[in-house]
Design a binder for this molecule. Structure first.
Ligand code: ASP
Length: 423
């Protein structure tokens, strides 16, 4: 066991958090007031995003391989994997349920008389995804190509198999695990460095996105056009945030302290609108919050691609909104179909900006809603994407804390705050 873990000092973590909060607020003013003029600093946001993306593949591969190998035998893998999937599936289902209830109560689309707007290229270009494609996504015929496109699911699946295989090799496997363990530590070190840059990066990302939308006034007009829809999505997400917080308290026995520790990751999710890009920070924050490496290395990478509570809720609300706006009455059976497909669509969505908009095709098609409906949501999607991505990352973070406790109990007496190393 080695004690070579890198941890950012608490003082620095707090400064960075303040920095990010100020950055988000300042960015809203800057983007709102100066509009397109702020695009001049867009390169700073790109720089930050690229730095995050640069770390994803090596970090995920090293973290998952060592995380799996540290679980020990295959039975433990089964329990941890099963527990994680159970938690993720049930919270996603809860999120969709919340969305369905809120959208039925507020009914943001009823009374709107939309004639089918033109589909923009952005949607028609994307190919349709079916449920079987989600299963096919698990195995990549070409890992390098998947890595190049940041498709995390096949990479994670491979790393799980590889980690399990190496752990059966005994002494022969040890140097391999040592190597990946070292890579993991080095990557986490890089993450702490990049985190210092987060306030500047997030400022640039939020300000330029608002600027692109034409600044405060133009954006406000867009929001008002579908105002009630925006309110519905944000209300649903806020309720689910609380539900997750409740689960965190009951199942993981953690509370506000944990939320504060995860805050830098949550605000980065808001800034980047990408749970994959945020993943390195999510892992680092969870580690700093005392979540064991086993949980961080397995539960979070998996969560960042398959567990998207915010996206699932959003897909359900959006589909119902489209039905309401077109005056289509959906039976309970059809709503149940939306429930299932919204969950699947969220699993299939990549952790990148506005991916949920694309997988929504699955939901709309399942009950025969007009595809053109997606056009109604385009103008405000980038904005809502930030909120749902934040909830996606919050869902993963709560999952990691819950599984931490669960894995710990499985260990019968290991010090649960002590970091577990495979060496
Ligand atoms: N942007 C979301 C994420 O990265 C996915 C989506 O809902 O579009 O988690």
């Amino acid at each position: 066991m080695c004690a070579c873990h890198i941890k950012m000092s608490h003082k620095h973590a707090v400064y960075i958090l303040y920095g990010i909060i100020i950055a988000v607020i300042a960015a809203i003013f800057a983007g709102g007031i100066w509009g397109e003029k702020v695009l001049i600093i867009s390169w700073i946001g790109t720089l930050f995003l690229n730095a995050l993306k640069m770390m994803i593949i090596p970090l995920v591969i090293a973290a998952v391989i060592t995380g799996i190998a540290s679980l020990g035998d295959v039975r433990r893998l089964g329990r941890t994997g099963g527990g994680t999937l159970l938690f993720y599936t049930s919270t996603t289902a809860l999120a969709v349920l919340t969305g369905m209830i809120v959208v039925n109560i507020i009914a943001p689309g009823s009374g709107l008389e939309f004639t089918a707007p033109e589909l923009t290229e952005r949607i028609t270009e994307k190919k349709d995804i079916g449920a079987s494609d989600i299963v096919l996504m698990l195995i990549s015929p070409n890992l390098i190509a998947s890595a190049a496109e940041t498709q995390l699911l096949p990479i994670i699946f491979f790393a799980i198999l590889f980690g399990a295989a190496v752990s059966t090799l005994g002494a022969k496997g040890r140097p391999v695990l040592d190597l990946f363990n070292g890579i993991n530590e080095a990557m986490m070190m890089l993450v702490t460095w990049v985190m210092y840059f987060a306030p500047f990066g997030i400022f640039a990302l939020v300000a330029t996105r608002l600027g692109q939308a034409g600044g405060g006034e133009a954006f406000w007009a867009e929001i008002q056009a579908v105002g009630l829809y925006v309110v519905t999505v944000i209300t649903g997400l806020a309720i689910h945030f609380m539900v997750l917080f409740f689960l965190l308290m009951v199942l993981a026995r953690r509370g506000v302290g944990y939320l504060l520790s995860m805050m830098r990751a949550l605000l980065t999710a808001f800034g980047t609108a990408s749970s994959s890009a945020t993943l390195p920070l999510t892992m680092e924050c969870a580690r700093e919050a005392g979540v064991s490496d086993r949980s961080v290395r397995f539960v979070l990478p998996l969560g960042s691609t398959v567990n998207m509570d915010g996206t699932a809720l959003y897909e359900a609300v959006a589909a119902m909104f489209i039905a309401q706006a077109y005056g289509i009455d959906l039976s309970m059976g059809q709503q149940a179909v939306i429930f299932v497909t919204a969950t699947l669509a969220a699993v299939g969505a990549a952790g990148i900006p506005e991916a949920g908009l694309i997988t929504m095709v699955i939901v709309l098609r399942s009950v025969g809603l007009p595809m053109e409906g997606i056009g109604l949501l385009l103008a405000v999607d980038w904005f809502l994407d930030r909120f749902r991505t934040t909830i996606n990352v919050w869902g993963d973070s709560v999952g990691a804390a819950v599984m931490h406790r669960y894995i710990h109990e499985d260990d019968h007496g290991d010090d649960w705050n002590e970091r577990q190393d495979i060496t």
